[in-house]
Write a protein of this length. Sequence first.
Length: 404
Amino acid sequence: MRVIGLMSGTSYDAIEAAAADIALEGDTLVMRPLGRVSTQYSEALRGAITAALPPAATSTEVVCALDTGIGQAFAEAAVLAQRELCDGRADLVVSHGQTMHHWVEDGVVRGTLQLGQPAWIAEATGLPVVSDLRSRDVAAGGQGAPLVGLTDTLLLCGLPGVPAALNLGGIANITVVAPDADPVAFDTGPANALLDAAVRHFTAGAAAYDESGRGAAAGTVSPVLLSRLLDEPYYRLPAPKSTGKELFHLPYLLAALEDVPTPDHHDVLATLTRLTAVTVAGACRAQGVTQLAVSGGGAHNPVMMRMIAEELPEVRLLSSDDLGVPSDAKEALAFAVLGFLTVHGLPGTLPSTTGARHASVLGSITPGRGPLRLPEPAAVAPRTLRVAGAGAPGDEPPAACATA
Ligand SMILES: Nc1ncnc2c1ncn2[C@@H]1O[C@H](COP(=O)(O)OP(=O)(O)O)[C@@H](O)[C@H]1O
Ligand SMILES: [Mg+2]
């Protein structure tokens, strides 16, 4: 089945569309990536998203306009992927949409809202669309995030030691697959969310992020500011847990800077980059991680990567690409896998990774142009994921993994 995955993360820097041929062979999920295309929101839409994100108040009129605008932007990305990556022949689109609110109270997720009306995608591509993948896990008592837990687990299981996958988006999340233990996944805290907010603030919007970590490289970490930021109780909550820009936003950073005035902007960027490294490292140490496959935009920031390496001298750092999954396409491909599982009647979550009462078949399905024809429900759930055309370090397909 040829599947297009669409993703825009909390950074909303771009809509990533990745395509893959996915098949279930026995209990092995075989994925052949077909490439990735990336599109931008228009200035106006990006501005409207910024203006509506927490802690701002908004209106249902704005939410309606955003749902339409984001749906149309995702539809354009899907059409581009259909044409450029799939020779016009795809079977399914899976759309994450744009998270506008992840509602967490006392560590419990009460709701999560991704906008991007799937009807626009179905209308533009003629294909069925799986969307709203997080809500079902929330309804089953889970965090609804990180949802890459199952895909990561299928990819990592069987690798030597205690392998983990780390995605450095707006928020950082890890999945840890220790032998003889249930997989664990959670958001460690901000990866780029506070850093991007600081850069936008200091440059009055002229820059959106700390390109190649140059700003952080020019600064010095402030131990006092770092310690103030590390006081955040989120870091001490037990997993499973998830967070978002509802917590880690510009006013949050400005409050810390009021407590610890830090005149040099570069020092603030250095400190925020170190904060990401320290919180990621703390999570990895607590889980006994021995090798870490990194993906997401933060992997392009050499200062962030160096700081993570400094904090974790004993851990082998690799790129998601080394496991055959292109770093910038990883989340979009993970959602393509989740949609594939949904249309085959298979759950897309592991209770140990999201904290749900049980695993769930995820999402809502919007029919395409023709009648909705779903494949026969799969008899066997996958126990491992093989990326076609990629030799993983660790190599031969693992025998069995803890995905119960
Ligand atoms: N060349 C780069 N140098 C420094 N940071 C980068 C670079 N490229 C991307 N980033 C960071 O990665 C973020 C986007 O990462 P991404 O994985 O797309 O996150 P999300 O899933 O939240 O959209 C940007 O906002 C920026 O902070
Ligand atoms: Mg992004």
